[in-house]
Design a protein around this ligand. Structure first.
Ligand SMILES: [Zn+2]
Length: 253
């Protein structure tokens, strides 16, 4: 409804606030209220921008693997392996059972479970990963930033420990990958190294000679199926963490 034009002296007294205050004061109060609302809106915008900037920088830190652990819980694992290509062999898969325990637990089953979890963890960090079988057709000339074959040791002996090997007389990069796995696997699992039982089969591992010579490669025996069974079957996340952080250590060096 159009407002009637003010005609001082003739119009009846208006109801409400304006009835108690002259029109000039009411206008000033309106202007003040509008100004306060604008300042409030501006402050809210500044706060929202500050929160967004903080979240963005925390996300960046989480992606880069920096900052406290809770960041990774909120934002997911750090994207430390973006654009990296990695080959993981599940030892004996597609070929044979490997070592077998009296109760039927096989090395191949343990290797497969660990390898699959390692592949998932590496992919969550941004890497392109191939899960390979023991005599996979893709091994010939395989190119990648890292190549790791996962095996476990005998169920017949009382020995405990893990070991890592790279090709005898192989590249410096392969030795560095092996060194990273030695270091990080010990840290993640608490398992002791057992270098005395490294065999020619490990140093001369068939896949080392099939893949491209410039692909850094190592083989890890993650523990003995008998003495280290609890780690290999009940604390597999530590086994996986040891291998994943070992590969990360090598690729971020
Ligand atoms: Zn094996």
């Amino acid at each position: 409804m159009p407002r009637r034009s003010a005609s001082p002296g003739h119009s009846p007294p208006r109801q409400g606030r304006s009835a108690r205050r002259p029109a000039g004061q009411g206008r000033r109060a309106d202007i003040r209220r509008t100004a306060v609302r604008r300042v409030q809106r501006l402050l809210l915008l500044i706060i929202a921008l500050a929160v967004a900037a903080s979240v963005w920088s925390l996300w960046q830190m989480a992606r880069d693997g920096q900052g406290p652990l809770w960041l990774a819980l909120i934002f997911g694992p750090p994207q430390t392996l973006t654009d990296r290509s990695i080959g993981i062999v599940a030892g004996h898969s597609g070929n044979d059972s490997g070592a077998v325990c009296p109760d039927g637990l096989t090395e191949a089953a343990v290797n497969q479970a660990v390898a699959e979890a390692v592949v998932q963890a590496l992919r969550r960090r941004g890497a392109a990963v191939d899960l390979l079988q023991e005599f996979d057709g893709r091994l010939r000339g395989y190119r990648g930033d890292a190549f790791v074959s996962i095996h476990a040791d005998s169920c017949q002996v009382e020995l405990s420990g893990f070991k890592v090997a790279s090709l005898a007389g192989g590249s410096r990069a392969s030795s560095q990958l092996a060194a990273c796995l030695w270091d990080r696997y010990t840290f993640a699992t608490g398992l002791k190294p057992h270098p005395d039982t490294i065999t020619y089969d490990m140093r001369g591992y068939h896949a080392f000679r099939e893949i491209a010579a410039d692909t850094p490669a190592a083989i890890i025996e993650i523990g003995f199926l008998k003495a280290d069974r609890e780690l290999l079957t009940q604390r597999q996340e530590q086994v996986v963490a040891g291998i994943v952080t070992g590969i990360e250590c090598f690729l971020q060096r």
